[in-house]
Design a protein around this ligand. Structure first.
Ligand code: SAM
Length: 287
């Protein structure tokens, strides 16, 4: 296998100029130009020679080259048609890579895992397009596609939201959803100068190890997430008012208040004070 050639500013600029590539803001294109960061992501993802990796948004193929050297198979899904001839060039000689020109949100990942990995769980590794971080990650969780871990570059603020617990201003529906499906672990903070062009925000690499079994038991998972969304939609309201006013829920005020009291919480408690286990208990009492 060829050693990676991309990952530094000079070679990235040479490829971009060769193809007169124009960055598309709408696709969240910020290409990595720092080999240390690339090495860190590959190490954090713990890829072995048996692994099948799904890369979302390969760009010009920088991280794809690194992944191809570490994994058995790499499937890279890229939406921008202008990048496909570039990828054919930069990935020439990496014969374990398949590039798919598609919107990742429309790809049947379970089917891909079946075709490419005999249905066994794949590892997702990506420098994500920030405008669709949440739909991509929630899609992987909710569709129950076979995924072992997700190691991704996201906005620093989003990584913080995924990892935090009750009481923090960053705690919310995303924290609870991520922690229900996976164990989050922030690997590194990455400054804007590691990308071309530079993003306006700081970034972080986060690794999510998917639980084999959820960490808590709940009778009706969908109801629990409706309750969670309702609690955080109206952050400044009490939990009872948030649930009462939600168009997604239809419980009487007395029932909501009794359920909250039975958790040992006061009437003025806010949703941001509840743990995942407490949301599950609340959903069970209301279901
Ligand atoms: N992996 C490259 C790197 O690190 O240099 C590029 C990362 S860049 C932040 C995000 C990439 O995702 C871009 O190549 C962009 O075109 C691609 N992308 C954006 N939206 C996408 C979508 N819906 N499906 C697949 N790829 C997408």
């Amino acid at each position: 296998m060829k050693q990676p050639t991309l990952g530094n500013p000079q070679n990235t600029i040479a490829v971009l100029q060769k193809y007169n590539f124009v960055f598309q803001k709408k696709f969240g294109q910020n290409f990595l130009i720092d080999t240390h960061v690339l090495d860190k992501i590959i190490r954090a993802a713990q890829i072995s020679e048996d692994d099948c990796v799904l890369e979302i948004g390969p760009g010009i193929g920088t991280m794809t080259q690194y992944l191809a050297c570490a994994a058995r198979r790499v499937i890279a899904v890229e939406i921008d048609r202008a990048l496909i001839p570039i990828l054919e060039d930069t990935l020439d000689g990496y014969d374990n890579v398949r590039v798919i020109n598609e919107d990742v949100l429309k790809v049947d990942i379970a089917k891909l895992a079946e075709e490419e990995n005999g249905g066994r769980p794949v590892k997702v590794v990506a420098n994500l397009p920030y405008y669709i971080t949440t739909p991509i990650i929630m899609g992987l969780f909710e569709k129950h596609v076979p995924v072992k871990s997700i190691t991704v570059m996201v906005q620093k603020e989003v990584a913080d939201r995924m990892q935090t617990g009750p009481g923090s201003k960053d705690y919310g529906a995303l924290s609870l959803a991520v922690q229900y499906y996976a164990r989050p672990y922030i690997v590194a903070n990455v400054p804007p100068n590691c990308f071309m062009p530079r993003p306006k925000v700081g970034s972080a690499v986060i690794r999510l190890d998917l639980h084999e079994e959820p960490p808590i038991q709940v009778k009706d998972e969908k109801l629990m997430f409706r309750i969670i969304r309702a609690s955080f939609n109206q952050r400044r309201k009490t939990l009872a008012n948030g649930l009462k006013n939600s168009p997604e829920l239809d419980f009487e005020k007395e029932k909501i208040e009794a359920a909250i009291l039975s958790l040992g919480k006061g009437a003025s408690i806010r949703g941001e004070a509840l743990t995942l286990a407490e949301f599950a208990a609340l959903a069970d009492r209301l279901s």
